[in-house]
Design a protein around this ligand. Structure first.
Ligand SMILES: [Zn+2]
Length: 424
């Protein structure tokens, strides 16, 4: 591929810079909070109106019956399609339209889309309405320059990625909406100079210990659930964490500090006074990776599909008075790692485009958390998928989240060049 700099696509995208900023602001101003799944229909209607006016075919799809779908908060998705005049591949840009809760610490209105210098602020600016806007501007610029392009360009805006994607990409994949797709780019915020090949696996589980309630003046009649949880944590310190510390992955996971992480959070402590015997203490445990004796190495991705066991359990503990301890554990959420090969067509094409735009070879990275690639890979059976988009991963879900305008312009240029290479 030979791409001159400056190229007509660059000119076309620079001419749309203000439009890109405005579109990002408009998307931020629709507060698609998840939970509960607010304004999904509104954002799909907004995007459909824009794209239909530009000659795109738009389909709204409600993920009826998916988790959280109800009359108050229906799970709406949009697929927009631009067919060219000739046979060719289908290139699909997928963005989630939901955003996480606002949280504390904001110094700006999270739904105003304020522009300050080169930054646009707002919940979802980085994750990932900036990426969604960049892909739309890229596709519109490409279609304007190549109205008679080959194949099909698709843009989807999908629900619920922040809660697992079951009312979004998983549902669309189950309904066969990726069957005809050849290349997928997910503009998640993973740096404009990087190609994200996939994501790490996840395992969330919950451990509950139970005690027995007693009057505070007669503690010897009760049994302390917190103490039993202490024994569970103590056992984890002694045997599980050392195992995890010795576990490595060949995947280029970022940030590089430690490839494997585990964390624990508590939901409640001790016996609630209104609860009878068997009051729970301290669920949910979230040790994201797994004890290595339960699983093959992370890099052995394909083996997971065939050989995985569904019933992983954390190391059983043997606290001092084990006979009296009630311990329950339960799997909450499990995702297998996903990684696209570096020689896959969408990877090679995007690498060339990054080199043309930024004058440097791309970094190849793997996301520390999952995103919708898992559903495209596993349910859609499509390996030719990456995340590539503007924004800095560490800003996602943070107060005063922002997206860089220059980064969006450069990423849109990269995405438009990918379309030019694959479909012009
Ligand atoms: Zn995201």
């Amino acid at each position: 591929m030979t791409i001159a700099r400056p190229c007509p696509l660059r000119t076309a995208i620079l001419a749309r810079r203000e439009e890109l900023v405005l579109l990002t602001q408009e998307l931020i101003r629709i507060p698609t909070l998840n939970p509960p799944g607010r304004d999904y229909r509104r954002i799909c209607d907004f995007l459909a109106a824009r794209l239909e006016a530009g000659g795109w075919d738009c389909t709204l799809i409600r993920a009826t019956g998916s988790p959280g779908d109800c009359e108050a908060y229906p799970r709406w998705n949009l697929i927009a399609r631009h067919k060219g005049g000739r046979a060719g591949d289908c290139v699909h840009f997928n963005s989630h339209h939901d955003v996480v809760e606002v949280g504390h610490g904001w110094t700006r209105d999270p739904f105003a889309g304020a522009v300050e210098g080169d930054k646009i602020y707002g919940r979802g600016a980085c994750d990932m309405k900036g990426g969604l806007a960049a892909s739309i501007i890229a596709a519109e610029a490409f279609v304007a320059l190549y109205p008679d392009h080959a194949g099909t360009v698709e843009i989807s805006a999908t629900a619920d990625e922040e809660s697992g994607g079951y009312g979004g990409v998983a549902y669309l994949a189950e309904q066969g909406h990726f069957a005809h797709v050849d290349h997928v780019i997910i503009p998640e915020p993973l740096y404009k100079d990087s190609i994200c090949l996939g994501h790490r696996g996840v395992w969330w589980a919950e451990i509950e210990t139970q005690g027995r309630i007693a009057h505070g003046s007669m503690p010897f009649l009760g049994d302390c659930a917190v103490r039993h949880m202490g024994a569970v944590l103590d056992e984890m310190e002694r045997s599980l964490w050392p195992l995890l510390a010795g576990k490595h992955t060949d995947m280029p996971v970022i940030p590089r500090a430690r490839a494997l992480r585990r964390s624990i959070s508590t939901r409640s402590t001790a016996a609630h006074p209104n609860r009878p015997r068997g009051s729970p203490a301290c669920p949910p445990l979230r040790p994201r990776p797994l004890p290595h004796h339960h699983r093959p190495p992370l890099s052995d991705r394909r083996g997971y599909r065939r050989g995985q066991s569904r019933n992983h359990r954390p190391a059983r503990t043997r606290p001092r008075d084990a006979a009296r301890i009630h311990l329950r554990d339960r799997d909450l959420f499990e995702v297998l790692p996903s990684m696209t090969a570096r020689d896959a067509p969408v990877v090679r094409t995007t690498a060339q485009a990054i080199e043309a735009v930024l004058g440097q070879a791309p970094r190849y990275v793997v996301s520390p958390g999952t995103y919708d690639q898992k559903h495209i890979d596993r349910i859609g059976k499509l390996d030719n998928c990456i995340a590539y988009g503007p924004g800095e991963l560490h800003l996602a879900h943070q107060p005063d989240e922002w997206i860089g305008i220059t980064d969006m312009v450069d990423s849109a240029h990269v995405m438009a060049l990918v379309l030019q290479e694959l479909l012009a």
